[in-house]
Design a protein around this ligand. Structure first.
Ligand SMILES: [Cu+2]
Length: 291
């Protein structure tokens, strides 16, 4: 295998710098669908003031394109301190990598992937990928939280697992994404005690859901998705252990088929053990295939 060096070629377009990702590192991930590669990038060290929530600074975002067609099959984010170590506190809110700025409240379909503090790594079900063409703009949006009393400096690093289209040996099925929050604006505050919020919506197309990942803040305990029309619980995601432990994800090669017109209900649960309101977000990131 040819060892490539990660190279960010800077193209000048209309006076603005746009990056083209042109090179790929060898990846330890194996796939029956072809040789995998790794693409890595990071923010600079970002200054986070005490109390900053869902903090997204323009200097941390990236806009780029892939130099060739790639299938994204995995996405991992890591937070590093100024010395390059993983800090004990949790400064990751959530991130999106998509062909557009990801909005929280629309029926917009996107090509993209996400991560958050309790789902820092997403691996697609086997046989599926998110296809990015060289013509697709790619926007990376990292968001930080600093709930501590002191300012801090951290960076966010991304490792994407991709299969370059020219390395595909067995076809992958494309997945498309959508994001729903229980409310807009998506940052809210939960009073002390038990807090349940629901929202109902329809998907405007027939789809099979293959992946569901949650975005919660500390003390969020579960997210549920129900097909109200069919009176079926699609999935309930909980913590894998205590209050700050990773969240479960829904990942299925078979998928859950949604018919046009089916009404879905999303439900979030928080348990705030303190005497004060706590910051919260509650959403589901969907990845689905079209029939
Ligand atoms: Cu958040």
């Amino acid at each position: 295998m040819k060892v490539a060096v990660l190279l960010l070629a800077v193209l000048t377009r209309a006076g603005q710098a746009a990056e083209t990702l042109t090179a790929f590192l060898p990846s330890p991930v194996t796939s029956a669908h072809g040789q995998t590669s790794q693409v890595e990038f990071a923010t600079p060290l970002m200054e986070l003031e005490s109390g900053s929530l869902a903090h997204h600074l323009p200097a941390a975002m990236k806009n780029f394109r892939f130099a060739e067609p790639v299938w994204v099959i995995g996405y991992k984010t890591t937070i590093l301190d100024a010395k390059g170590h993983t800090p004990p506190e949790n400064f990751l809110c959530h991130t999106f990598l998509a062909d557009q700025h990801v909005t929280q409240h629309s029926d917009v379909e996107l090509k993209g992937i996400y991560s958050d503090a309790f789902t820092p790594e997403v691996r697609l079900p086997d046989g599926f990928g998110i296809l990015f063409q060289p013509t697709d703009p790619v926007h990376w949006m990292p968001m930080f939280n600093n709930r501590g009393d002191a300012p801090t400096r951290v960076s966010m690093k991304v490792s994407l697992t991709v299969i370059r289209a020219k390395h595909i040996t067995k076809p992958l099925r494309p997945l498309y994404g959508s994001l729903r929050s229980v409310q807009v604006p998506h940052l809210f505050f939960v009073p002390p005690g038990h807090d349940v919020r629901t929202i109902r919506f329809q998907l405007p197309f027939a789809a099979s859901i293959h992946f569901l990942g949650t975005h919660l803040h500390p003390y969020g305990t579960s997210m549920e998705l129900t097909n109200v029309t069919r009176n079926e619980l699609i999935w309930r995601g909980r913590r894998t252990a205590g209050p700050e432990s990773p969240m479960e994800v829904f990942s299925s090669a078979t998928g859950y088929a949604v018919r046009p017109g089916d009404t879905l209900e999303m439900k979030s649960t928080y348990d705030n053990p303190s005497k004060d309101p706590i910051d919260a977000m509650a959403g589901l990131f969907f990845l689905y295939s079209r029939p």
